[in-house]
Design a protein around this ligand. Structure first.
Ligand SMILES: Nc1nc2c(ncn2[C@@H]2O[C@H](COP(=O)(O)OP(=O)(O)OP(=O)(O)O)[C@@H](O)[C@H]2O)c(=O)[nH]1
Ligand SMILES: [Mg+2]
Length: 213
């Protein structure tokens, strides 16, 4: 194995699709700590999930609105930890019928506020735009008090599609997001090192191991 292989050896050693839910009664029991991926439609949630999982289990599309249910994936890490990743339907997709948008919003919002195993919410924003109005609303909601005084999940912001910015603009774009008071990491689907760095932030975000490289 070359040094490069060792650095990029995937953290995920196995992953499975656990099921979908479009109503509260369909939510599967979560066997492990849960991490949800939220963000505007087309920001790259499902693409990023597949890269973290090491398999193309989540459906992706260049057309916004692809993911319409909550999709649950189980993943085991090299360090022996188990996590559940949840792909959420995107928001801000204007072409979806208004009633459907409202119903979806309510279901996703209840999931984010009430799901007990949910330890970390990853909020994806486009690196070229930073957090927009809908994202800020979500971030505000995530800070809200939980029923029974439970702790709110931790939040990590991920700036996606960094490759679409010229090299010289990448650091300034991330710095501008950080100036808004957010802890942010930039990723590109084409850059395995950025996926590896995100895995580390996910593991430390849920209080699990930091795998050796
Ligand atoms: N250039 C570039 N394109 C990306 C990147 N990540 C995702 N994309 C593209 O962005 C489009 C949307 O990706 P998805 O992963 O389906 O987005 P999503 O956030 O799951 O979208 P919804 O399911 O509609 O909420 C696809 O065409 C991807 O190939 C990236 O890092 N760089
Ligand atoms: Mg999707």
């Amino acid at each position: 194995m070359t040094k490069k292989d060792q650095i990029y050896a995937p953290v995920a050693v196995g992953s499975d699709f656990l099921g979908s839910a479009s109503h509260a009664h369909e939510l599967p029991p979560s066997p492990s700590v849960e991490v949800a991926f939220a963000g505007r439609s087309n920001v790259g949630k499902s693409t990023l999930l597949n890269l973290l999982l090491g398999q193309k289990l989540a459906h992706t599309s260049s057309t916004p609105g692809r993911t319409r249910t909550l999709n649950f994936f189980g993943v085991k890490t090299r360090g022996g930890s188990a996590l559940t990743f949840v792909d959420l339907p995107g928001y801000g997709y204007a072409k979806r019928a208004k009633e459907e948008r409202l119903a979806w919003g309510e279901f996703v919002e209840r999931y984010l506020l009430e799901r007990v195993p949910l330890a970390l919410v990853i909020v994806l924003v486009d690196a070229r735009r930073g957090p927009e109005h809908d994202d800020l609303e979500l971030l505000k909601m995530l800070k809200d008090a939980r029923p029974g005084g439970r702790a709110a999940p931790r939040v990590l912001m991920v700036a996606t599609k960094l490759d679409k910015l010229p090299l010289a603009q990448r650091k300034p774009a991330l710095a501008a997001i950080a100036r808004g008071g957010f802890s942010v990491i930039g990723v590109s689907a084409s850059d395995p090192a950025s996926i590896d760095a995100l895995w580390r932030r996910v593991l430390s975000g849920v209080g699990l191991e930091q795998p050796a490289t």
